[in-house]
Design a protein around this ligand. Structure first.
Ligand code: PHE
Length: 486
């Protein structure tokens, strides 16, 4: 292992409290808020989904965010260093801890591949909406779908969309270029470091995102017929409520808050000891949930009034964002302007999440290999290109390779959301209960500020969170094995 001594002696860090909070909000607010949350709320019956979701955010989500911030700040390292430190204190060896800490890093890497592919499409669509290319297609569904490689909103998952696109030749040079643009922009921010790159970028992008979200929402809910759509979005529909509503709300909560991917440990490792962990957690939760609800209010009524209330139009995922919405915008007054604003908004949301996903690995490489940030960013480019190419080839040359009936990207998708996330979160619970001790955690949190939710935290970390995580894990595995259907 080479040692780049002049790069490791001083750890970079956030310079202001808001810089840190905005970076965490930047990670949390992403495609999960825009193309997943609104549709889940609508499909699982409005308030019947929202109530369990809010409960999970306040109870489990808060415990997860708090402990990741605290463990990262305590160790001044991402999950590998943080878990390693915990087992070292207890057993004298950091090996087991480091190995467990690698689970969220691998999860984040897998997620980053799909995320940057989509970020590339968003760059392309933002460009097309500004250049007018998107709207010269008018409202012709076939033409819009054609640019994307699918002709109907049938692709519900990222995997299905990629597959349709691959068969339409979408992975030709033209689109590969957009993926490279996505990588270059993300890495350009990361190369400049935490204070100089990530903090600055989030401090500019997140306030702009909030303003744009409010503008598009006001526009959308004041369209004729929108009130019906708002009702359709929010009114409880008990018929749609099932056991899976609860499991889905829990999974969405984890994904949306960026829990169990090593990100919050990593960002937490860059803050000073006087950071109020509990208050920062509440701010991240409020912003993330607020933007998700705004996204629902901007998307559901617009699609609802466009389609005349046909629920078939409302599909989650790429088809909503890249096929249905351009068509809806094109049909509205000020459609071009709204489309531009909307895609810039999505771009900011996805870019800040992609940066956070890659920063987890870059920061770990820096800590473990003692390389400079530049060199670690270089390594990241190589990993992303190799794995990204392998996964897109999973739809072409290597399509015959199946893991549990899934090709590479679907398998990565399944592994990150359904296996790695609950597993990493479960590992954190075990680590806290068995190694650090709840009192140890409380002490760390109280170094900077009183821990108001202490009692609640104890109960949740001990009983509620592990049980819920085991339920998610088992339901997901049962689902993929075809035992239950979600
Ligand atoms: N929270 C992001 C979203 O809502 C996704 C994400 C998950 C980003 C985990 C980083 C880590 O889209």
């Amino acid at each position: 292992m080479s040692k780049d001594t002049n790069t490791v002696e001083k750890r970079d860090g956030f310079q202001s409290k808001w810089g840190f909070i905005l970076a965490c909000i930047g990670s949390a607010v992403g495609m999960g808020n825009i193309w997943r949350f609104p549709i889940m709320v609508q499909q699982y019956g409005g308030m019947t989904f929202l109530l369990p979701y809010f409960l999970f955010v306040i109870l489990i989500g808060a415990s997860g965010v708090i402990e990741e911030f605290a463990l990262g700040r305590r160790a001044k390292a991402g999950p590998v260093g943080a878990f390693g430190m915990c087992t070292k204190e207890r057993t004298g060896s950091d090996k087991a801890g480091k190995a467990i800490g690698a689970i969220p890093i691998i999860g984040a890497l897998m997620l980053a591949i799909g995320y940057t592919v989509v970020l590339g499409w968003i760059f392309k669509y933002t460009f097309l909406s500004i250049s007018g290319g998107l709207y010269s297609l008018g409202t012709d569904m076939g033409a819009i779908g054609g640019t994307f490689g699918v002709t109907a909103p049938e692709a519900e998952t990222l995997g299905e969309a990629l597959k349709a696109m691959a068969s339409a030749g979408f992975f030709g040079i033209g689109n590969g270029v957009w993926q490279i643009v996505a990588l270059v922009v993300s890495l350009a921010i990361m190369v400049m470091g935490i204070a100089g790159g990530i903090e600055k970028a989030n401090k500019i992008m997140m306030p702009v995102l909030v303003v744009l979200a409010v503008v598009v929402t006001i526009y959308s809910v004041t369209r004729p017929g929108a009130v019906e759509g708002v009702k359709y979005f929010l009114i409880p529909n008990v018929k749609n409520f099932s056991w899976m509503t609860v499991v889905a709300a829990m999974g969405q909560m984890f994904y949306s808050l960026s829990i169990a991917m090593g990100i919050l440990y990593t960002y937490g490792s860059y803050v000073r000891k006087d950071m109020d962990i509990e208050r920062s957690t509440t701010q991240v939760e409020v912003f993330d949930t607020g933007i998700a609800i705004l996204a629902g209010l901007m998307i559901i009524p617009a699609v609802f009034s466009f389609s005349g209330g046909n629920p078939e139009t409302l599909q989650a995922g790429p088809s909503l964002m890249f096929i249905t919405l351009p068509k809806v915008f094109a049909s509205m007054g000020f459609g071009t302007a709204t489309g531009i604003v909307f895609f810039i908004l999505v771009l900011l949301a996805a870019l800040t999440s992609a940066v956070s996903l890659m920063e987890t690995s870059v920061s770990t490489f820096m800590d473990e290999l003692h390389w400079s940030r530049k060199k670690c960013c270089g390594l990241m480019v190589v990993i992303m290109i190799v794995l990204g190419t392998a996964s897109s080839m999973g739809y072409g040359l290597l399509d015959f390779i199946r893991i549990f009936g899934m090709n590479f990207l679907d398998f990565f998708d399944f592994m990150t959301n359904s296996v790695m996330m609950p597993l990493a979160a479960l590992a954190t619970c075990v680590l806290i209960l068995r190694v650090v001790g709840i009192d140890g955690m409380v002490k760390e949190i109280e170094q900077s500020s009183p821990f108001r939710r202490k009692k609640l935290y104890r109960v949740f970390i001990k009983y509620f969170a592990p049980i819920c995580l085991i339920i998610i894990l088992l339901s997901s595995i049962a689902n993929v094995l075809g035992i239950i259907s979600m």
